[in-house]
Design a protein around this ligand. Structure first.
Ligand code: NAP
Length: 284
């Protein structure tokens, strides 16, 4: 019988730091698979909304995987606080950036490149806002679309331009944080759900266009995740959603971040334009 073993011991802290490859041998008559535990070592990762919730967890997981972080957020103090939570704190940078403002985005991408000595090759579009209001009297549409959808467009454009113009090794990966609500819709969240549906289709268009330029684009559709954004949703709405979650609980930000890290790494090298649901079963 085929014996499958993985050198788990090679995944200890020492091997992690040295970036030694892990060899998984299935058996003499099957392929030997070689992979590296340091999936993102040496990469520069640009994260929007990195000062809170899922964005902050992404920064923590990506730093653990060896990436150098450019933590951006509209709230500079929050981004700076994220820096204090990252291993290898000195190498990471925090920058204030409004994703809905083209000038802010372009200036920040340039300053990230200047500070890091190379353009970022990994991008997580996570910044977002949400509100509850009936379609009959919702006046938050413009703001939500500007941040959640136009923001993803502007940052992806600046990222791809910078990487393709200045990257020595222009291989890149982008993960957009959409939402399962972009697929299912949700009463009294017209702007939010439309913006996230837009992010899903924008992901696929960017994926189709940038794959030939060695930039993979995918997205994650989180369900109900415990963050400051959900805290603002209110207990009443959370009570309505909870019975619809197959696992019967909300998710933790790091449960989304682990999937983001996978999608940014070469471990997902054959994934392009995918929408990965991280929902505990909600909306499947
Ligand atoms: P969060 O804790 O509120 O984090 C969002 C961050 O984005 C905050 O730091 C926020 O700053 C920042 N931000 C807001 N507007 C910005 C702008 N114009 N430019 C740059 N940064 C801006 O929310 P989260 O739950 O982690 O959400 C992260 C992403 O996941 C969002 O795109 C959200 O739609 C998506 N998502 C969340 C859930 C969930 O259940 N939590 C589910 C599905 C999808 P301020 O705090 O100062 O506004």
């Amino acid at each position: 019988m085929a014996t499958l073993y993985c050198q788990y011991k090679a995944l200890n802290a020492v091997a992690w730091r040295k970036c030694e490859p892990v060899v998984m041998e299935a058996s003499a008559d099957t392929t030997t698979i070689t992979t590296s535990p340091c999936t993102l070592a040496g990469r520069i990762a640009f994260v929007t909304g990195g000062g809170s919730g899922i964005g902050r967890a992404c920064c923590q997981v990506l730093a653990r995987e060896g990436a150098r972080l450019v933590v951006t957020d509209i709230n500079l103090q929050a981004a700076k606080h994220t820096l204090t939570l990252l291993p290898g704190g000195q190498q990471h940078v925090a920058v204030a950036m409004d994703v809905s403002d083209r000038r802010s985005v372009e200036d920040t991408m340039k300053s990230a490149q200047d500070q890091c000595g190379a353009p970022p090759s990994l991008l997580v579009n996570c910044a977002g806002v949400s509100t509850f209001a009936s379609i009959l009297d919702d006046d938050s549409w413009q703001k939500i679309i500007a941040v959640n959808l136009t923001g993803v467009f502007l940052v992806t454009q600046a990222f791809a331009r910078s990487l393709l113009e200045n990257g020595r090794d222009s291989k890149g990966a982008v993960v957009n944080i959409a939402s399962i609500l972009g697929k299912t819709g949700f009463a009294e969240m017209s702007g939010y759900t439309a913006s996230k549906g837009g992010v899903i289709s924008l992901t696929k268009t960017c994926a189709a266009e940038l794959a030939s330029k060695a930039i993979r684009v995918n997205c994650v559709l989180p369900g109900l995740i415990d963050t400051p954004m959900t805290a603002a949703v209110g207990e009443e709405n959370i009570k309505k959603v909870m019975p619809l979650i197959t696992l019967g609980r909300s998710g933790r930000p790091e449960e989304v971040a682990e999937v983001v890290a996978f999608l940014l790494s070469e471990r997902s090298s054959y994934m392009v334009g995918a929408c990965v649901e991280v929902t505990g079963g909600y909306g499947m």
